[in-house]
Design a protein around this ligand. Structure first.
Ligand SMILES: *[C@@H]1O[C@H](CO)[C@@H](O)[C@H](O)[C@H]1NC(C)=O
Ligand SMILES: *[C@@H]1O[C@H](CO)[C@@H](O)[C@H](O)[C@H]1NC(C)=O
Ligand SMILES: *[C@@H]1O[C@H](CO)[C@@H](O)[C@H](O)[C@H]1NC(C)=O
Ligand SMILES: *[C@@H]1O[C@H](CO)[C@@H](O)[C@H](O)[C@H]1NC(C)=O
Ligand SMILES: *[C@@H]1O[C@H](CO)[C@@H](O)[C@H](O)[C@H]1NC(C)=O
Ligand SMILES: *[C@@H]1O[C@H](CO)[C@@H](O)[C@H](O)[C@H]1NC(C)=O
Ligand SMILES: *[C@@H]1O[C@H](CO)[C@@H](O)[C@H](O)[C@H]1NC(C)=O
Ligand SMILES: *[C@@H]1O[C@H](CO)[C@@H](O)[C@H](O)[C@H]1NC(C)=O
Ligand SMILES: *[C@@H]1O[C@H](CO)[C@@H](O)[C@H](O)[C@H]1NC(C)=O
Ligand SMILES: *[C@@H]1O[C@H](CO)[C@@H](O)[C@H](O)[C@H]1NC(C)=O
Length: 309
């Protein structure tokens, strides 16, 4: 496996940015020398990457992935203007393009990366609707947080992603309900969809997610009661549901969440504070509970024995 986390941002910003805006460019000077600075950047990029065709410096514009511009009359060299995965695809397993000021549809990055296992494109300005995601069955880590993804719903394409362990799509503009097929990702460990505009209930079939450890759905527009079957996630440690429109009581079944240590329920419309406290007291590992802006008009019960700070 290779990690490309060290890509120098300054070069990479424009190298990949171009990829999404001029994919129909006609190229005529692929046999040119490429700019020496670009050559250095590419070599750094490829340091741990087994792209064997990236060896002959004098023809770097012909390397797999590399696309050069039409070199100007004055200049002898061509600038590298995009990196484009070849049709036959790369066997890349890990790609970290986070914090690179990249934009355009994420499909432009995904195409040609059928074997990808871990893709982190967080903190860019990528767009798209994730409808092709089902075609990447090896995907285990997918971090698209802090981008410009929109969509009236997250497409229900997770049935094929049986290897998915970490899905982080916080701070985008996704709307609509939780896609039910997420419950088919039986290896799911971390699900973070914070700070979107998601609606409906949080009632995934959690029975299918026994390995879920972090569930962060805060700052959305979820409504309805807490899902009963959440207690089937026996190793759940972090549960963030603050800043939604959730209602009702804390279910008795939450006493089964033996591993939970962080719980945020703030800014919802829960009721029955005494019962909430008596349930949560039985979650012995809880160190942080955030429940302000709930239980409107209720009094703190006098007997709070056993509640630890
Ligand atoms: C590099 O490519 C040039 C141009 O095609 C060729 O003349 C040269 O022999 C190649 N060098 C190696 C080491 O393959
Ligand atoms: C990010 O890219 C945009 C063009 O998409 C550019 O205008 C802006 O200056 C870039 N920001 C940084 C910090 O490089
Ligand atoms: C991007 O994702 C990879 C894989 O999960 C991770 O190792 C890396 O730290 C992430 N980068 C950032 C900036 O979070
Ligand atoms: C996902 O991206 C966010 C924002 O860049 C970062 O804080 C977080 O550590 C990343 N997590 C993983 C597992 O890649
Ligand atoms: C989100 O991305 C923007 C650039 O698009 C960046 O300036 C900001 O620091 C990122 N926020 C986090 C929390 O990583
Ligand atoms: C699941 O994979 C099959 C076979 O590769 C494909 O035909 C189907 O469209 C995929 N389903 C989704 C929802 O992407
Ligand atoms: C929420 O997401 C938006 C982008 O959709 C971002 O601008 C904002 O900083 C995020 N807020 C927090 C608290 O992460
Ligand atoms: C929920 O998931 C479990 C385990 O994957 C499955 O046995 C059960 O039939 C599912 N329930 C519903 C209502 O789909
Ligand atoms: C909560 O629900 C009420 C009534 O349905 C609605 O007016 C309000 O905007 C909702 N709040 C959020 C944060 O979605
Ligand atoms: C509770 O926390 C302790 C210390 O972090 C840990 O060793 C223990 O395994 C946790 N218990 C459960 C049931 O997760």
């Amino acid at each position: 496996m290779v990690v490309l986390g060290f890509i120098p941002m300054t070069y990479f910003k424009w190298i990949l940015f171009a990829c999404f805006v001029c994919s129909s460019l006609v190229l005529t000077t692929q046999d040119q020398l490429c700019d020496p600075n670009d050559l250095l950047a590419l070599k750094e990029f490829a340091r741990n990457l087994a792209v064997t065709s990236w060896s002959n410096d004098s023809i770097c514009c012909q390397w797999d992935l590399v696309v050069c511009d039409d070199h100007s009359e004055i200049s002898v060299t061509s600038r590298v203007i995009m990196l484009k995965p070849p049709k036959k695809g790369l066997k890349l397993k890990v790609l970290d393009l986070s914090h690179n000021n990249l934009s355009g549809p994420v499909a432009g990055v995904l195409s040609g990366l059928k074997m990808i296992r871990s893709l982190n494109v967080s903190s860019n300005s990528f767009t798209g609707d994730l409808s092709e995601l089902g075609e990447f069955p090896n995907l285990a880590v997918f971090n698209i947080s802090n981008n410009s993804f929109t969509g009236s719903r997250i497409p229900n394409v997770f049935g094929n992603l049986t290897n998915l362990e970490i899905l982080i799509a916080s701070s985008n503009s996704f709307a609509g309900q939780l896609p039910s097929s997420l419950a088919l990702c039986s290896k799911l460990h971390v699900l973070e969809l914070r700070n979107n505009s998601l609606t409906g209930q949080t009632d995934l079939n959690f029975t299918g997610l026994p390995g879920l450890c972090t569930l962060e759905l805060g700052s959305n527009r979820f409504a309805g009661p807490l899902p009963n079957f959440l207690s089937d996630c026996r190793i759940l440690e972090v549960l963030g549901l603050g800043g939604n429109n959730l209602t009702g009581r804390i279910p008795e079944s939450f006493t089964k969440l033996r591993s939970i240590f962080f719980l945020s329920l703030s800014s919802n419309s829960f009721v029955d504070l005494p019962r909430a406290l008596s349930v949560l007291q039985q979650c012995k590992n809880l160190t942080t509970v955030l429940i302000p802006m709930n239980f409107i008009g209720e009094k703190i019960p006098e007997k709070m024995s056993g509640l630890r700070a």
